[in-house]
Design a protein around this ligand. Structure first.
Ligand SMILES: Nc1nc2c(c(=O)[nH]1)N[C@H]1C(S)=C(S)[C@@H](COP(=O)(O)OP(=O)(O)OC[C@H]3O[C@@H](n4cnc5c(=O)[nH]c(N)nc54)[C@H](O)[C@@H]3O)O[C@H]1N2
Ligand SMILES: Nc1nc2c(c(=O)[nH]1)N[C@H]1C(S)=C(S)[C@@H](COP(=O)(O)OP(=O)(O)OC[C@H]3O[C@@H](n4cnc5c(=O)[nH]c(N)nc54)[C@H](O)[C@@H]3O)O[C@H]1N2
Ligand SMILES: [Mo]
Length: 763
């Protein structure tokens, strides 16, 4: 611990990761082409690239993601022949993916309990036959993880819709769904409104509930520039995250050599887990008071009344809600002092241009959608949307999770999408809403779902409640995974199981008309091309678009879509995307421009695509983000990513900035809370999840080791995905359905020698 984020430590960490996973020659070529005009899009995160970057933007975790994919290790048919699925199930996530890239299409053989190689054509034919045998297309679930390119995702949704369903559970349901649901109601678009350039002009950046040092490391470069320019950065997070405090830039030789670093957040506030809405309401309440006081002294007010009158609706209702919220309640739920909230309000009131960035700390709550809307309220109060240097900035997760939504991966299809598909392809897609991730698991649990097809990801481990999810998946008739590496989802067997290997971003993709590029959309609506340069991990791999097209052809013999033509030439897929979505006008031309192009974002232009044509202040009932845990009590558990992980992919067992090495079986807690319970570093505890009445349930995490960390009172943290055993399937946002991964009421018990059991978490 102790040092700044980035710097030499980051370089060493990359070197360590690379040594284990790939040969040096390839890595140099690969890394230098990441996020370059001619290179491939970094699979690490969705932070945009500076438009005119001529040199390679270094990022430790991007380099890890690339080396993980470009590894020389292989999970071959020989490997599968040597290990039964029962045996593999006992292995950790680290060891499953650690075997390297999948090389052959495989089918599960129950007699030997192993995956066996299968010819591609046989696999397609069999899967097609299974899919045609089901009476109800809504008994099939089409899952998408956010690495899929626009081209793959577009074909995927087209296939599912021609097959007859809108069942699109996807990783977005577990990630930024509150943004996709909340922001359209507030500002008429379900995306962020800022561009990278806005960071050159802002006076204030509020970073709420995200951890860029680990999850969006390239953002630190941007924050560093903001800080050097003298603008203010405020972090609001239950945990003091090293990466948000200071940063040594690997791009800056001077900082590297002098071992100095740039201070990032000038102020760091530790909000209680689940206390953001209370904090935001507190800030807005103070703004109201400041405004009245200023006006009474004849000074200009701090609320932008002209903007509110011209552009918005609902301000009076918001005001009434804020006035009726009492301070005692705000301070209790936020865990912050009134002076701290006042300080944030003053900084905000004196900044001409403010950007608010947020991540999973805001979205993954029972009121995640309302949380997002409180952020929009705060920005709208001072006209901070739709002007340079200001706006809302949700940090998307997977590198193309936003693009997948844009090109049609949604269980709630808008009319324009359905009309577009009918206009272009001549078939009428189903209108009925389909399943999101939670609904899909419930359909499997209840025996209503027959088949699950996954375009990437690791749904079983990513979603809440493995106690329900694992057996639910074993109920299926057909399971098809398209993946780069082996993970636990692939070992949850239905009756018929196929594991199909795909090309990764880093690899060349050659189809009938030659080498292909795909496209992705970053967090700021920039769409650009991505072209791999490494040799494929195996000659038997298929690209995702080609694989989806083959599945569609095998399933829909009377299809009206020319799948072969699109798979042979991805520019034909882009033509189709453009025809369905007018925002992609001139698509193939515009991606030739280095850096790509920005999709039209109405809210950025102060055009509000809400029913009334105005931005909406949205009132949230109460201030507790997790109303079902209102009765609680002392401790709320949040779930976190370590520095050595990419979602359910574990690169290793270290969490460098938080000072954890070699293990994941830890519980983060602050010194005072530990002391209250007479716990010291290294002591062991069992956690019990509480029901809404505060009674312990059978959901437990056993034998976690105490790690003392600078963290808000009443808050504790453990790692995702292990902590998902603590989250019931029905604990989710009432509006968007996102699992409430980030506020789990718990109690804990010290482990003594008599009560000690083995931890299920890696150590
Ligand atoms: N290296 C790496 N990069 C990644 C990923 C990865 O796993 N590894 N995952 C990708 C994906 S899919 C996503 S969605 C993003 C995730 O990126 P983040 O949004 O940064 O994700 P998390 O690590 O889940 O949590 C973020 C922060 O929320 C804080 N937090 C927890 N509970 C609360 C709360 O109640 N309130 C507030 N204000 N804060 C809280 C935690 O302390 C933590 O610092 O990153 C993407 N990039
Ligand atoms: N408790 C808790 N749970 C959470 C979260 C949390 O913060 N806390 N975060 C949630 C979030 S934000 C998300 S996004 C989800 C993540 O959910 P997912 O997106 O489903 O999960 P990943 O772990 O990203 O998926 C990893 C797998 O993707 C496959 N893969 C990798 N690259 C490719 C590729 O290029 N193509 C294909 N076809 N496959 C590929 C590999 O086989 C790898 O094993 O988890 C959610 N779950
Ligand atoms: Mo995510």
């Amino acid at each position: 611990m102790g040092g700044a984020a980035g710097g030499w430590g980051a370089l060493k960490a990359v070197a360590d990761a690379i040594r284990g996973q790939m040969s040096v020659k390839q890595d140099v070529i690969a890394l230098f082409k990441v996020n370059q005009p001619q290179g491939f899009d970094c699979p690490g995160c969705a932070w945009p690239d500076p438009q005119h970057a001529s040199s390679f933007e270094f990022c430790e975790n991007g380099a890890k993601a690339v080396s993980w994919e470009a590894t020389s290790k292989r999970t071959t048919p020989e490997f599968f022949a040597a290990h039964t699925v029962t045996e593999l199930w006992e292995r950790s996530a680290l060891h499953l993916e650690g075997e390297g890239r999948l090389t052959h299409p495989m089918k599960y053989d129950a007699a030997t309990d192993t995956y066996q190689p299968i010819e591609w054509e046989t696999a397609f034919r069999e899967i097609g036959e299974h899919l045609r045998s089901y009476d109800d297309p809504d008994s099939v679930e089409f899952y998408t993880s956010g690495r899929a390119s626009n081209e793959a995702a577009f074909l995927w949704q087209l296939f599912a819709r021609e097959y007859g369903t809108n069942n699109f559970p996807d990783c977005s349901n577990m990630c930024h769904e509150p943004t996709s649901v909340g922001l359209p109601e507030s500002i008429g678009v379900g995306k962020g409104t800022v561009e990278l350039e806005d960071f050159d002009h802002c006076d204030l950046v509020l970073c709420i509930g995200h951890n860029p040092g680990t999850n969006h490391p390239r953002m630190l470069g941007t924050l560093r520039e903001v800080s050097k320019r003298g603008a203010t950065i405020v972090a609001i997070n239950p945990l003091r995250e090293r990466g948000l405090e200071r940063f040594t830039s690997p791009q800056s030789p001077i900082e590297m050599l002098s071992m100095s670093s740039t201070e990032l957040a000038s102020t760091y506030y530790k909000v209680r887990v689940g206390g953001d809405a209370a904090m935001l309401k507190g800030v807005m309440k103070i703004l109201l008071t400041m405004h009245e006081e200023a006006l009474s002294k004849g000074e200009p007010g701090v609320i932008d009344e002209a903007f509110i009158t011209e552009h918005t609706e609902g301000f009076d209702a918001l005001k009434a809600d804020l006035e009726s919220t009492d301070w005692e309640h705000i301070l209790k739920v936020s865990g912050m002092a009134r002076e701290e909230i006042q300080h944030i309000a003053r900084l905000y009131a004196s900044a001409e241009r403010t950007i608010i960035c947020y991540g999973m700390g805001i979205t993954q709550h029972q009121y995640g959608t309302q949380n997002v809307q409180q952020i929009a309220n705060l920005l709208l109060m001072r006209g901070n949307i739709g002007k340079p240097g200001a706006g809302i900035c949700p940090l998307r997760g997977h590198s193309n999770v936003q693009g997948d939504r844009t090109v049609g991966i949604t269980e709630i299809p808008p009319q324009s999408l359905l009309d577009g598909i009918e206009r272009v392809f001549g078939f009428r897609p189903p209108q009925k809403h389909g399943h999101g991730a939670i609904e899909a698991i419930k359909a499997m649990r209840d025996g209503k779902a027959k088949a699950l097809l996954c375009l990437g990801g690791n749904l079983a481990e990513a979603i809440s409640d493995p106690q329900v999810t694992f057996p639910a998946m074993r109920n299926l008739d057909l399971v098809v995974h398209m993946a780069t590496k082996l993970n636990r989802s692939h070992l949850l067997l239905g009756k018929h199981n196929y594991l199909l290997p795909v090309l990764g971003r880093t690899e060349t993709d050659v189809q009938a008309t030659g080498a292909q590029s795909v496209t992705v959309e970053d967090s700021m609506s920039m769409v650009h091309a991505s072209r791999g340069s490494l040799d494929p991990a195996s000659p038997h791999l298929k690209s995702e678009p080609a694989l989806v097209a083959s599945l569609a052809k095998a399933t829909l013999p009377d299809s009206v879509v020319d799948w072969s033509a699109m798979a042979a030439d991805y520019s034909r897929i882009r033509d189709a995307i453009e025809a369905v979505f007018p925002a992609f006008e001139n698509f193939n031309e515009r991606i030739k421009h280095p850096g790509g192009f920005r999709l039209y974002n109405a809210a950025s232009e102060r055009v509000w695509l809400t029913p009334s044509g105005r931005a909406q202040f949205k009132v949230m009932q109460g201030i507790n983000e997790d109303p079902r845990s209102l009765k609680c009590h002392d401790l709320v558990l949040t779930t976190l990513r370590s520095h050595d992980q990419y979602n359910t992919t574990l690169y290793g067992l270290n969490d460098r900035y938080r000072g954890v090495t070699g293990r994941r079986d830890v519980l983060f807690i602050n010194a005072e809370e530990a002391e209250k319970r007479q716990l010291r570093v290294g002591d062991r505890v069992d956690l019990m999840a509480l029901d809404p009445d505060g009674n312990p349930t059978s959901r437990q995490m056993k034998n976690l080791t105490i790690v003392i960390i600078d963290m808000a009172p009443g808050s504790v943290g453990a790692y995702y995905p292990e902590a998902n055993v603590m989250v019931p399937l029905d604990s989710h946002d009432t509006k968007s359905g996102i699992p409430a991964y980030k506020s789990i009421p718990i109690s804990m018990k010290r482990v003594t020698d008599e009560t000690r059991t083995t931890s299920s978490v890696l150590r």
